[in-house]
Design a protein. Sequence first.
Lengths: 113, 114
Amino acid sequence: SQQGEEDPQALSIQEGENATMNCSYKTSINNLQWYRQNSGRGLVHLILIRSNEREKHSGRLRVTLDTSKKSSSLLITASRAADTASYFCATGKYGGSQGNLIFGKGTKLSVKP
Amino acid sequence: DVKVTQSSRYLVKRTGEKVFLECVQDMDHENMFWYRQDPGLGLRLIYFSYDVKMKEKGDIPEGYSVSREKKERFSLILESASTNQTSMYLCASSLSRRSNEKLFFGSGTQLSVL
């Protein structure tokens, strides 16, 4: 069963705007990760946030984690056309199999120049 | 940078054929994974391995097998390909047996079974 569920399924914005994607999950986790996938390619790891962290930054990316609500958000600031991609959250289940991440279905982001 | 290489970018096979998808990583990672990705279904784990000759079933192992004879290579085998196995196949690796490390993905193999 799917652990992480992203919202919205699709998002279309103008270049320069901020993009926010959300992820909800069901069970206790030890970390939550965000990945990007350009069309027809493999996934690229963006950022990992551990269950004892609340916020993390990497360049134009900001990730928050609320374990009480079992949710996370990914904010991309000052978006660029090159940010057009699908974004996936993945959760590492607490006590789960070694290295076994469960992925959501993704948010498809389109940034128009 | 870690490199995960999948042997084919596109593959077209006939129903009933035996299909091998190969994946090689160059950074001495312990864990390796095979996922398939389908529109509307996201990524689903087929098999993973955390050591040579070790394998564990993921969520959808039926119709697939795997082989890990060397640490750097993880092969996915479709014993008798069927049309419902048409999909994008993604190989990934992670460093160690510590739970839930970040994954490094290959570029994917788009398999069509006719």
